[in-house]
Write a protein that binds this ligand. Structure first.
Ligand code: PBG
Length: 332
């Protein structure tokens, strides 16, 4: 008898249920659904802008008119959710564009909700795309200041909610930001707006292509004083526990592929909704290899996305969203 108290070979033959497509489909344990996928969009100022990101084939910086068009396409594909990143025309020390009522995200959200009220609009809350120094918070004496940043993140969150955002997603990694945002949202009449917290967000070289897309590379130093060290798993659980205590409705592990163990550990430990971010570098690697004819992009994509779900993620933020939706339309 095996460990599981089941009969051994030759009574047990696991290949019996792999014999044909019907059996394999019927007993597949993890399947991807279109509703599991969140599509990130980079919103820029201007009109009719559609600029491909060189390190991320098929991903674009889009002006608001094209973002609305894109949402129409997503709806046709059966995709229900987008995550918005804003790239303002002007950056300053305190990231004013992040919480301006006429900011690029605020206007984009209003336009999307006007045209596609059913689309679930999630907004990334951070300062790095809006600050001249490219850091995720207020910088004093060359150091990112935690508590001074909280106020700005709370302001940004309320401004997004006022524009119609359905979910607020803080990605800055300041301590106490979920509590600060929750309090500000509640006081402003948004007690029912959920927070999806980038809880265990690692300082990762896999964000390289994103920083080209969002024009958000730090102008000095790195993000290691606020984003996590990639060797740490217990600390990731502490980050997640704190965010849940502070009021996060969904917690996130980011990146996904090198952190599948943490997705599983988070799900098993907390049993709350878990999101995983299949980040830019994870997308670019597959696309670069596929462009060389070294692997099959579509097959690798499905294997990757299914593995993230199998690890325990309820939802996946991924640049593969449209490709996966097309695949799911024609395949089981
Ligand atoms: C902003 C932010 C980043 C990503 C999401 N939000 C970049 C960073 O922290 O430097 C990365 C997403 C990706 O690589 O796809 N703080």
């Amino acid at each position: 008898m095996s460990n599981f108290d089941l009969p051994d070979f030759p009574v047990s033959r696991l290949r019996r249920l792999r014999k044909n497509v019907a059996l394999r489909d019927m007993f597949r344990e993890t399947s991807l659904r279109k509703a599991d996928l969140i599509y990130p969009l980079f919103v820029v100022e201007g009109e009719n802008v559609k600029k491909e990101i060189s390190s991320m084939p098929e991903q674009f910086q889009l002006s608001i008119d094209n973002v609305v068009r894109e949402c129409g396409e997503l709806e046709t594909l059966g995709i229900i959710s987008v995550l918005l990143f804003g790239i303002p025309l002007k950056k300053d020390e305190v990231g004013s564009g992040a919480y301006a009522d006429d900011g690029v995200i605020q206007r984009a959200v209003r336009e999307i909700k006007k045209n596609f009220p059913e689309m679930l609009v999630i907004t990334d809350v951070c300062l790095c795309e809006y600050t001249s120094h490219g850091h995720c918070g207020v910088v004093e004496d060359g150091y990112v200041q935690n508590d001074a940043t909280l106020e700005l993140l709370a302001k940004e969150s309320v401004s997004h909610a006022q524009s119609g955002a359905d979910i607020i997603a803080p990605s800055d990694m300041m301590d106490g930001r979920v509590a600060a945002i929750r309090k500000a949202l509640d006081r402003s009449g948004f007690a029912e707006t959920p927070i999806m917290a980038y809880s265990a967000k690692f300082s990762s070289a896999f964000y390289g292509p994103f920083r080209e897309a969002a024009e958000s590379a730090p102008q000095f130093g790195d993000r290691k004083t606020y984003q996590m060290d990639f060797g740490n798993s217990d600390e990731a659980m502490r980050e997640i526990a704190l965010d849940i205590q502070e009021g996060a409705d969904i917690v996130m592990v980011k990146p996904a592929l090198s952190y599948l163990d943490l997705i599983r550990r988070a799900k098993d430990t907390f049993n709350v909704p878990v999101a995983a971010y299949n980040v830019s570098g994870e997308y670019s690697m597959v696309k670069a290899a596929a462009a060389n004819g070294w692997l099959d992009s579509e097959k690798v994509m499905m294997e990757i996305l299914t593995s993230i779900k199998r690890a325990g993620a309820d939802v996946i933020i991924t640049y593969f969203t449209k490709e996966a939706a097309r695949y799911l339309k024609t395949n089981k």
